[in-house]
Write a new protein. Structure first.
Length: 134
């Protein structure tokens, strides 16, 4: 059964870092205590772009320099993939403002933490595979 997908954003810096958010450690949420991407579900009347920009601002306090939705291969063929966005931002870690979760950080692409949900790692890997420079 397919469900309504949310939005996630892979935001890269010119230093080949990605913005990651440490999810709250609450048993009633998906993937508690894991590092994930900014994103979430749509509010009534929002387009996917509206949703992802709102979620990025609410969760990180930033506005990406550039952002676009990109096609992805679904992690689970039985479900609609999320709307996946690839963006750039040229700020510093201290410019991030934690609005949700336990922590935010810039993480080098080649040093992703172990505790990343498998579907999130799958979409990150898809997008960064072809990125040589920003």
């Amino acid at each position: 059964m397919k469900t309504n997908p949310g939005c996630i954003a892979v935001i890269l810096t010119s230093h080949r870092e990605i913005i990651l958010q440490l999810r709250d450690d609450k048993p009633d949420i998906c993937w508690p205590g894991y590092w994930s991407l900014p994103g979430g579900g749509a509010e009534p009347g929002e387009t996917p772009m509206d949703t992802v920009l709102r979620e990025i601002k609410e969760e990180t306090g930033i506005v990406p320099d550039k952002i676009a939705e990109v096609p992805v291969t679904p992690y689970d063929p039985a479900k609609n993939p999320p709307h996946v966005f690839l963006g750039t931002w040229d700020g510093a870690e201290q410019d991030l403002v934690l609005g949700e979760g336990q922590a935010l950080r810039l993480c080098p692409l080649d040093q992703l933490p172990e505790k990343v949900p498998p579907h999130i790692r799958y979409y990150i890997d898809q997008l960064i595979e072809g990125v040589t420079d920003l």
